[in-house]
Ligand binder design. Sequence first.
Ligand code: ADP
Ligand code: MG
Length: 250
Amino acid sequence: MRLTVDGVSRAFGGVYAVRDVSLTVEPGELRAVIGPNGAGKSTLFALIGGQLAPDTGSVALDGEPVERLPAHRRAARGVGIVFQAARTFHGMTALENVMVGAHATTRSGFLSAALRLPGHHREERHIRHRALACLDRTGLAAWAHRPAEELPLGQQRALQLARALCGEPRLLLLDEPASGLRAAEREHLATLIAGLRAEGRTILLVEHDVAFVMRLADRITVLDLGRVIAEGAPAEVRADPRVIAAYLGP
Ligand code: ADP
Ligand code: MG
C-alpha cells in the first residue's frame, strides 16, 4: 500500500506537534521515522492511523484521501497500528486479545457475534484459526490460553504485534516496538519485521535504537520539533550534519 502524507500539520494548544510534514512511502517499503523525544513521531502515526485528524494537509492510502475517515474505517482499508506503550486487554487470554484484532476487519464483526447471526460460528472458527496462526508467528503459541496480564513484557509486546497482524494490515505502523526488550527479544523482533517486509507489506517503524533502524529500514525520515529535517537511505541519513546535530549527537 502506498502512503502519501502531504503538508500535514497538527497543533495542541497553539503549539505544533507536527508541522507541514510531507512524505511518501512506496508499497513494500520499510520506512523508519526517527527523532528526539517530542519530535512528533507518535502524533504523526495517529494522524495516519486516524486517532487524530490533521488541522491542515492530507493523508492518502493508494491515492485515496483518508484524512477525514475515523480510525476503524482506515483499519478496514488495511492500516494496522501498534501504539507506543500499548496495553493488552486484561481479563482476556492472549488468544482472545488477538481475536479482537481479527474482528476489526470482518464485515460483520462484533455485531454478528453478539446477535449470533447465521454464519457466525463458521466465521468465529475462521478467526480463531487466524488468531492462532498470528500467535504462532510471533512466538506466542505456548501462551495462547494464558491471561494476557501474566505474559512477560517481551511477550506482551509480541502480543500487540500479533493483534495488529491479525487484522491483515497492508500498512503497518510500529511505534517503538523494541523498547524495553532484551537483546534476544529484539533480535527476534527484527527478524519478524524483516519477514513482514519480505511479504510486501508497507511498514512505518519508529524506534530509538538507531542500530536496529539502520539495519532494517529502506529509507529513514528524521523529525525534529514536528518538522522533517532529513530523509534518505540509512547511510545518507547517518552522515547528514543536521541529523547528527539534532539527534545522533556529536
Ligand atoms: P514523539 O513521539 O516524537 O516523542 P509526540 O508526537 O508524542 O512525540 O509529541 C510531540 C509533541 O506534541 C510533544 O511536545 C507533546 O507534548 C505534544 N503532544 C502530543 N500529544 C499531545 C496531546 N494529546 N495534547 C497535548 N500535547 C500533545
Ligand atoms: Mg512517541
